[in-house]
Design a protein around this ligand. Structure first.
Ligand code: ADE
Length: 421
């Protein structure tokens, strides 16, 4: 379906989408508090925003919050396979949002949708992976001059934007939402851990207990997933290139080894590195018959799929989101979700309770940008500490948890150097 204001799959899906948006909202109390304040204060009044995010029920609640703040938002997908079509329908029908997103869209449609959000002349961007910022900088330069700032959701996006800034080519300031403690400590670790496992199980139905699971990368996402796999009874191997992270993995109780050893042992391989070809041609050659391979990093570049395609004698889809590749010698390799992020392609992304904090950071960073852009340089900025701390306080409160406060004596002790042994 295509209409001036939107390009979505089917407006008829809106009812289910709305139910899911409401269901997610009950687990997003911090975002709700912000939405209620935004309704009164309207800090984003008159702001046109282009948002390139995974189109999920949780994102819908962020969109509602930005709208409550007075923004006019156009939303497109940040991945061709992550859109929840029912949510996209409801956003258009029930919330009057401009949406360009269809699950399974091809590359051309994906970029057409990004361009359509830019056609609305945004003054702010909200990205997950930095595709919108890259497109603006590479192909839509005329539009960049009106943009006052943006935010970025994910590790991969922050890395790309910092590289743009290092080359002095970034044309407006960005707040790196990913780097807030209330974002990556929770979303990347517990969110990715749970939703990646959810996606693998939905796609394959496999029993995790007793399997050898190879976790490629031990950043926040990798350690989150490794912990879940261990908890479910898998023998977990971690591969790393960073000595400190490898040490942490070893002392967290995981086997650590190079990929060319792990490749021979794994039943299931999961990439969470943000890098390219971390599972490569030589690794496929070493894998066991029936090995399952998937990715939970932002881009579908972590597994060398072109090499796999070349090596394979044949390929067929054996099940929704499961492709079977037959290699010489009749060895079978199963690739999930075309190497795209398994947690959003096969499952529904991170739970709302964790996206609550990530998207509270997004909403408050957007407000911060509007209030402060005149003072900011064309750099990548952290989320201000007060915002991060405020979100932690609100989340604790929403969870019914109270904590101790420093006494005057303790405060004094912590700020002094005199007292020793
Ligand atoms: N990234 C990971 N999980 C997500 C979700 N549920 N919604 C939006 N972005 C996400």
């Amino acid at each position: 379906m295509s209409r001036e204001k939107a390009d979505i799959k089917d407006l008829g899906l809106a009812k289910v989408g709305q139910e899911r948006i409401e269901w997610a909202d009950k687990d997003m109390p911090v975002l709700k508090l912000i939405r209620e304040r935004f309704e009164k204060e309207r800090p984003l009044k008159g702001v046109t925003m282009a948002a390139c995010l995974h189109v999920t029920a949780e994102t819908a609640n962020l969109m509602r919050t930005l709208q409550a703040g007075g923004a006019r938002v156009a939303l497109c997908a940040s991945n061709p396979l992550s859109t929840q079509d029912d949510v996209a329908a409801s956003l258009l029908k029930d919330y009057g949002l401009t949406v360009f997103a269809i699950k399974g869209e091809d590359r051309e449609t994906y970029y057409r949708h990004l361009n359509q959000t830019i056609d609305l002349h945004p003054i702010m961007t909200m990205d997950d992976g930095a595709d919108l910022v890259s497109l603006l900088h590479a192909n839509r330069k005329k539009e960049v001059s009106r943009v006052i700032g943006g935010t970025e959701e994910t590790t991969t996006g922050v890395i790309r934007l910092k590289s743009l800034a290092d080359q002095k080519k970034l044309l407006y300031p960005i707040v790196a939402v990913n780097d807030a403690e209330t974002k990556h400590f929770f979303d990347n670790r517990y969110g990715t851990g749970q939703s990646t496992m959810d996606g693998i199980i939905r796609a394959t139905g496999m029993l995790i207990a007793g399997k050898t699971v190879v976790v490629v990368g031990y950043g926040w996402c990798g350690r989150g997933f490794a912990t879940k796999a261990k908890g479910m009874g898998a023998n977990v191997i971690v591969t790393e290139v960073d000595a400190v992270k490898a040490l942490e993995a070893a002392m967290d109780g995981f086997m650590v080894m190079p990929m060319n050893m792990a490749a021979k042992m794994g039943d299931l391989f999961v990439t969470l590195t943000g890098d390219i070809n971390v599972i490569d041609k030589e690794h496929f050659k070493l894998m066991k018959d029936g090995a399952i391979v998937c990715n939970s990093g932002h881009f579908n570049a972590e597994i060398n799929i072109p090499a796999l395609e070349k090596m394979a004698k044949s390929k067929k889809r054996v099940k929704y989101l499961v492709d079977e590749y037959i290699l010489p010698g009749q060895k079978r390799i199963y690739l999930l979700a075309e190497g795209r992020l398994i947690n959003l392609a096969a499952a529904e992304g991170h739970p709302a309770a964790v996206m609550d904090m990530s998207f509270a950071n997004q909403a408050l960073s957007a407000e911060y940008m509007i209030k402060n852009y005149k003072k900011l340089e064309k750099r990548v900025y952290p989320v201000p500490m007060e915002i991060d701390k405020n979100i932690a306080d609100l989340k604790l409160k929403a969870m019914g948890i109270t904590i101790d406060k420093l006494t005057a004596e303790q405060k004094k002790y912590l700020s002094s150097w005199e007292m020793g042994t």
